[in-house]
Structures are given as structure tokens and as C-alpha cells.
Ligand binder design. Sequence first.
Ligand SMILES: [Zn+2]
Length: 491
Amino acid sequence: MSRLLFSIALVIATLSAQKVDPFGGYGDVYWGYGNAAVSALAKYVKPNLNFVWSTGSHTAQPVIISSIGPDKYTSQLQGMKKNSDMAAVIRQAIDDGVDVIMVIGDGMGFSHLSLPIYYAKATGQKDATAVEEWLSTGKMALSYTNPVDELVTCSAASGTAIANGVKTRNTMLGVDSNGFELESVLEYAQKRGLATGLVTDKHVTDATPAAYYAAAASRSEESDIASQLVKNGAIDVILGGGALMFVPESTKVSAHKAFASLKTGKDKKSKRSDKRDLILEMKQKGYEFVCNDSMLSHVKGGKVFGLFSGGNISAAIDRDDEATGEPTLEAMAKKSLSVLKAKGKGFFVMLESGRIDAEAHKNDAGALLKAMLETDRMLKACLEFRKGREKKTLMIMTADHETGGFGISYSYDSQPDSLNLPSGQTWKSPGNGVPYKNLIIVDKQTRSFEAIVNTSKTAEELIVNLGKYTPFSITQEEAVSIMDYKESEKK
Ligand SMILES: [Zn+2]
């Protein structure tokens, strides 16, 4: 047995020996992906709130396509569709001089989308959430996300299908299933003289944005993908994370003077495989370079390249905007839309909420809630932008796949008041419907499970931190087992 398989088997064996109620309505967690220590913490605390995960990885669940705009385009995005069906519609809009805003929630399934809606109900919010407004204003379709010859997609294969209109194999980027290079809708827009933009809270070289400008047999060739972004050199707005892909090999991000006022991930070491200084090369191609939220707010126009973290932009739940200097998705969306609009030649932009996938991989419902609330604010910014430009704007929201098999399931620990009926009978809840207050409880979590596990050095410290940043508690025995997972992952 390989070491990896052995450690997975060990984790499963150890976990089944823990005090988790096997009949608590909590599905099987697939431990092959993500962080076992973080997933174990999720497993110990979440069954009480009835947030359930069937896996820690991607699923084959179809996802939603919601489109708002002229009927000519949106009428083609109804019923049962494939993720590769959107690109042709986008090309038509580009031909017609209609601006296109593509929103991709990475890993955003139905249940993830329902979180802001339920949260608004739980907190008595009067206005409709942006998610509701999108879904009720636009046309809707379901999208099959599967790659070629398989059922479950990665972000590269689905991103390629969404961006280029052709399904491909897992890990492949911007090429068809035989490896031939494709032309993305962004490149199509560039050829026709339109302005273009890519915005993400992950690396700008990560699969979803890269599907629009790169061609690679594997998404893991990220160093080369960064070089391809520079080679394109004409995407007007590029905002996100991943500075470590742009500084010369074996240097730290902080060693580059362009990152003097970067606040997050400065210590990350270059992941490049050559000595090229891609920040300098981008400047030579006419880009204004920015690396924190205040610099971004001062951008007036031109070509903008923003990297706001050494790695991925921090989780919404862990981000203190003052301290981390990272812009919100909403701020990046607003800035990109205003810069692209001002160019006055029509535009295509892709806005990715990539942290949804990251939080769902870790089975962290509290972090996922915050990621979805942030996504809702970005969706609201798009709705506001569209006002007065209804005939000239096509907006599409979709996901590349679902992550986590996330849901909210029957509960048996809380009951609403009973009710006397006109018939004289009494209605009493069986107590399984899950109270709204559970969303308020999970909202009290202010740090991701990953941040809590990473910053806790001992089981005792983990219990203290959990009490400090969450409304949850775990037993000493559970804390010890989480620290064991953490230790075993270091090996
Ligand atoms: Zn993923």
C-alpha cells in the first residue's frame, strides 16, 4: 500500500473510532481531498446544526445557469443545458455589441445558493437578496458539468467548457479532449476590439480565469500559465491573487519592490520555474500595477493588473479588510465594470467567486455562509450596473460544478411552538424541520476552521480558539484527534 493510501486508511480507521454518531444524519466524508484535521473539526461540530456534507470534493450534481438580458440570448439558456452551451450565446452577444458579464461561483450548487436567501429570512431582512433577484428576473437552466468520458469535473475542464464552448478532460485547460488549442470568448472579444477583464479571489492563474487565456495539458503548469497571461498582454483588467506565480524563481514575494505595500502572503516563495520577472514585463506592456485595496480604489482607467495576495485572497470570514488590504469581490467587480465601461467599445468580463469551492472542500458551513454573502453583494453590484443598460447587457451566472454535496437535513433537537387548530386538534412539530436560528448560530463563527486549526498548537489551544471564534465546542478527546490528523498531515 502506498504511503498516501495508508494514511487515508489510517485516518478513516481512526475517525470511525471517534465519538461521532454514525446515525446522526451525517453522510460519508471522502477524505481523499482537502485537510483531514479541518474536516474532522467540521464533522465534530456541524451535525448539531444539521448542515450536512456528503463529501469533501466535487460532485456531479447539475448546477444552475441564470441569465439576465435581451431575450435573443437568454431564451437560448433555458431547460437542460451543458456547461459548453453558454459560449456560443456569448459570441452572439459580442457580435451584436452587447456587453457580457459572466459570473462563476466555483463549486456553487443549489444549497450554496440558498444560503443567502435563508439567511435573509432568518435575520428578517425585507429586501430580496441579489441571488433571488437574479433567479426571479432571469431565465433559468440546469447545466450538466461533466467532462469528456467522466462524470465529475474539475474546475479546469468545466472552466474550459464554459470559456471556450467545448467539453474537455479533467485538468486540461483551453484545449479540446485531443489537446488542440481552443479560442475562448475572451479571445474572441479581443479580436473584435472589445475591452476584456478577469476578476477572481483565487490565483489569476487558477483554472477558472486561466481557461480564458491559457492552453495547457494540465492546470498544474501554473508557472507557464502566468507566462501565457503576460504573452496575451491585452486583457484590460486582471484582478485577483497569486503573486507567487509572477516573481522570479527562488525569491520571496516580499523581495520584489512592486509588492512593497502588499499586506497578505508576502512571505510566499515564488512558484516560478524561471528567472523571469513577470510584474516588470506586465508594466512594460502598459499595465498599471496595484497590490492593495486602497491602490485599487485610486485606479482611474487604462490597463490594470492587481495582485492582492501572495497566494489566494483570504476567505471572507478571515478577512479583516484593514489589516489584509485585500479588496472584496464587490469592490473588484465594481472597479472592473467601471473601467471597462469607460473604454466605450463594449466589453466581456468574467467575475469569479472562487472561495465557495475552497470552503466547501473543507466542509466549513460558517465560512461558506460568509463566502455566499460576499457573492450576493457582488451579484448586487452587477444588478446595479445593469440599470439603464438593460438592452445592452447580458449577465450570466453559473457554477463550474457543485462541491461538497452540501445540504441542510432533518433535525430532531428543536421544535417550534405547537398550534391549536380550529378543529380542536393540536398540531405539534415532529421537531425535524431545522429552525432558522441555526443560521444565526453559524453566522457567529468569525474564523474559518482552517485558520483555527492552523493557529492552534495544542489540543487545549484548539478548544480555547474554538470558544473564542465560534459558538461551537468539542470534547478534549475530539481536540486531541484533530491535532493527531494535523500531525499526520505534516508527515
Ligand atoms: Zn474544487
